[in-house]
Design a protein around this ligand. Structure first.
Ligand code: SF4
Length: 213
């Protein structure tokens, strides 16, 4: 089947972004489909290891959420927590997982990854805690500059996630970010990951499809 114009565009952007991420010492690959993305992620994670993840819609969309449950991994899953206290304990344990899976809220074409987070457990695992990090991102997350990546994270990913998570924030009511300081804010921490200081500790799987929020 002939590729759509958007797929052709994603292929072109993907090749450039892999080059830019690699220069920043990320392990970066571009795949065209969800299925390939799932296989690539599984290929990075040794069975028998501990695995945790941030609340990632992309992970579910590519079927990775389901697949890791069938394989021989020790899963650190905060959804299993009975209450807030236990969830916090599990989030702390996730900081030392062998592998942490997440998506990106946005990525600049220059190779800077932009993340927003409420409790900052996801960002903490990505930037320092976990042994290795696997970031899976649809090419719809790629922006022409860091400024536009921040704008995407804040004005698109933020409100959509706040609505999805039923947060009591202004953006969940009107669809726009007002840089709130609400107790339910999901953007308490913003992080730009410019480099993988430990070479290839952070792996980025770019997918030539629209995924996540
Ligand atoms: S309104 Fe608050 S929670 Fe919503 S995107 Fe803006 S800072 Fe984040």
């Amino acid at each position: 089947m002939e590729k759509t114009l958007q797929q052709q565009r994603y292929d072109l952007m993907g090749a450039k972004l892999v080059k830019n991420l690699t220069a920043r010492r990320f392990k970066a690959i571009y795949v065209q489909t969800k299925e390939e993305a799932k296989e690539a992620a599984l290929g990075f994670m040794k069975e028998g290891s501990s695995v945790s993840w941030g609340g990632s819609l992309t992970m579910k969309e590519i079927g990775l959420d389901e697949e890791i449950r069938k394989r021989n991994y020790r899963l650190i899953d905060r959804a299993k927590a009975k209450d807030k206290e236990e969830a916090r304990k599990i989030m702390k344990e996730a900081l030392t997982a062998d592998y942490f899976i997440a998506s990106a809220n946005a990525i600049s074409i220059e190779g800077e990854i932009f993340e927003i987070d409420g409790a900052a457990n996801r960002i903490s695992s990505i930037i320092f805690g976990a042994g290795e990090v696997i970031i899976i991102a649809g090419m719809n997350k790629v922006c022409p500059s860091l400024e536009e990546a921040e704008a995407r994270a804040q004005n698109i990913a933020g409100p959509l996630n706040a609505i999805r998570l039923k947060k009591n924030t202004p953006c969940a009511l009107n669809g726009n970010c007002s840089e709130c300081i609400s107790p339910d804010c999901i953007c308490a921490v913003k992080a730009v990951i410019r480099l993988s200081m430990v070479p290839e500790r952070i792996k980025v799987i770019l997918v030539g499809e629209d995924l996540g929020l």
